[in-house]
Ligand binder design. Structure first.
Ligand SMILES: [Fe+2]
Length: 254
């Protein structure tokens, strides 16, 4: 299999043709913008649109009488009853996407059988992490139901989170993305995932939802382990391809 680090027909760099590069530089200096205005006008338009724009979607009303009662109580206490539910919806969608993300890399893994290294993941390694992500979907679902919410609702934060993750999913599913590329996509997801759980624990605790905060502690610890492992595999793959000693560069597992 051809690796992306082999030289090929890539002619995107200016040094590919010194003669043409001079013409390109001259053209760039002589060229005029294709539309009026500059950066300041663009900034003004962005600001104006941001000031006028509606939010991305809205939260659904409480799904049960219990949810209505909880909402009323939190409003009386001056708290936003839906903020936690919005972020829980985002976490649920993220974990669900995580399951599919790992599935995509697991499916491709046999294609990278030649990419050895002492610390490359096996199917069993990735499957174990994937099963954690699936369990986390259920942990969040229970928390949403405890608060009287509807776990099947697409919350605004879930919507935006899905857009954020779309590029990561594209890399994971791209048949041309190599093992290191695919692991890097997983690393991007795990970094966000780790912060997502920590934020939820802090928020739940701050809102007096101690039981929910405690139910998230195990997921947070598991996500930390995912991050350590994926980070080590990314490092191993890159160092191995570069011919650098792996053992000197791998971070210690916790
Ligand atoms: Fe994870």
């Amino acid at each position: 299999m051809k690796t992306p680090n082999e030289t090929g027909m890539n002619r995107t760099g200016i040094k590919t043709s010194p003669i043409d590069s001079r013409a390109t530089e001259a053209g760039a200096e002589e060229g005029e913008p294709t539309s009026i205005g500059g950066e300041s006008l663009m900034a003004a338009v962005r600001l104006e649109l941001a000031q006028q724009a509606d939010a991305v979607g809205s939260m659904p009303p409480p799904a049960s009488l219990k949810g209505v009662a909880k909402s009323a109580m939190t409003v009386l206490k001056g708290e936003s009853p839906t903020l936690l539910l919005n972020l829980l919806g985002e976490r649920l969608a993220f974990e669900r996407t995580g399951v599919r993300l790992y599935e995509a890399v697991i499916d491709k893994l046999p294609a990278f059988a030649a990419d050895g290294g002492s610390a490359r993941p096996t199917v069993a390694d990735l499957r174990a992490i994937q099963e954690d992500e699936l369990r986390h979907v259920d942990v969040v679902r229970r928390a949403i139901e405890t608060l009287g919410g509807d776990p099947t609702a697409m919350t605004p934060a879930a919507d935006l989170g899905g857009v954020s993750m779309s590029g990561v999913l594209q890399v994971a599913c791209d048949p041309r993305a190599q093992l290191a590329d695919s692991l890097h996509a997983l690393l991007t997801a795990e970094l966000v995932d780790n912060d997502g759980w920590e934020l939820l624990i802090q928020l739940a605790r701050g809102l007096g939802q101690e039981e929910i905060a405690q139910s998230f502690a195990q997921a947070r610890d598991q996500e930390h382990l995912h991050l350590v492992r994926i980070r080590a595999w990314v490092m191993s793959q890159v160092m191995r391809e570069a011919g650098v000693e792996e053992s000197a560069t791998l971070p210690a597992a916790t």
